[in-house]
Design a protein around this ligand. Sequence first.
Ligand SMILES: C[S@@+](CC[C@H](N)C(=O)[O-])C[C@H]1O[C@@H](n2cnc3c(N)ncnc32)[C@H](O)[C@@H]1O
Length: 286
Amino acid sequence: MSDTTEAAFQPFKHFEHRGWRAVAERYGPAFSGATGQSIGPMLDALGVGPSVRLLDVACGPGDASAAAAGRGASALGVDFAAEMVALARRKWPGVEFREGDAENLDLPDAEFDAVLMNFGVLHLADPDRAITEAFRVLRPGRGGGRLAFTVWVPPPETVPFAIVLEAVEQHGVPNIGVPPGPPMFRFADSHEARRVLGAAGFVDIGFRPLPITLALADPDALFQIMLEAGVRTSGLLKAQTPAALERIREHMKQRVAGYRVGNGADEAHMLPMPAVLITATKPACA
Ligand SMILES: C[S@@+](CC[C@H](N)C(=O)[O-])C[C@H]1O[C@@H](n2cnc3c(N)ncnc32)[C@H](O)[C@@H]1O
């Protein structure tokens, strides 16, 4: 991992790096059912098909890269967690994955027709720099040069985050266990996203709501995945006392139970987790 991030957020970047390396195997089974719902819309927005050269930044288990390859694109997935890259290579043997830092891509200028980042930007210590890097590696305009990325809408709309934050607020200590980092929901604010993308040189900036749902079989599953398969939420939960953690767990279980649909073997808990798909173009004259 290279360290180009401003000094203030270096501890956060190291925390995220350690965290993603540790949860690599658990992240996909816990969250891909939800994060995978945005892959089709992103690839459509980017016009991904045969002969498109696509970069998937912060690729995690590589599902978006694999979906792009499935459409005939030449895809490269990059992630800074070695364990994520190893997992992606095992899961999708025909697709190319490399270790790399979104904030300092070891890739030539103007190499890609399309760059995507599925729920990656909210984990970066220096997202503005990653957007500048995406701009640099994109080919200018004329059918190429498209960026697409997704972010979660802030709570209360994103129910899983609302539930965990509310449970900690009521039964534990908020704002501990995670070094200070950039605001997680910053790019869901269209003014802020437009400002950062515009400053990087992007034009034709668009926003589209994506109505994603996190489906859980068991009402206790949200606590388990936030504790064991996330990074920021895991840090927050693991910093609580055992007694507080038990109360948080019970609170979360009861709140998730309120989202039950079906009965018996058909029972599921459907938690709204809306996202925003942000698109932008590198102009032909860049
Ligand atoms: C929430 S996961 C998203 C994974 C995948 N894009 C998906 O949709 O499932 C965030 C990913 O960002 C990666 N990541 C965080 N900071 C990074 C950085 N500076 N450079 C590259 N990858 C990074 C993590 O290792 C992790 O795999």
